[in-house]
Design a protein around this ligand. Structure first.
Ligand code: SF4
Ligand code: SF4
Length: 86
């Protein structure tokens, strides 16, 4: 196997161990619904007081950063987490 394909395999393995979480800074959220509307995985929902949060029990966040970039109030933080390698 050449080094290019070895590097690619290593990179794919590294990426497979990463996952993401979109966290709402609740005091900044104005409930505009932009992130709810545009999340491609449909995992941004309003909570009982009208703030948008990520429902990660439905599906893992894909880390696309749409919610982060589109939020007009900078109310979303995207954090990268490392899965535990079992
Ligand atoms: S980062 Fe993408 S997939 Fe994750 S909650 Fe935001 S819009 Fe949805
Ligand atoms: S885009 Fe921002 S302000 Fe609008 S609902 Fe989502 S987190 Fe709240």
């Amino acid at each position: 196997m050449n080094s290019a394909s070895t590097n690619l395999e290593r990179k794919i393995k590294e990426l497979s161990l990463l996952h993401y979480k979109a966290i709402t800074i609740l005091e900044r959220c104005r409930g505009c619904g932009t992130c709810v509307k545009f999340c491609p995985l449909n995992i941004r929902k309003f909570n009982e007081v009208g703030k948008a949060i990520t429902i990660s029990s439905v599906r893992d966040c894909g880390g696309c950063s749409v919610c982060y970039h589109r939020c007009p109030n900078k109310a979303v933080e995207l954090i990268q987490l490392q899965k535990i390698n079992k």
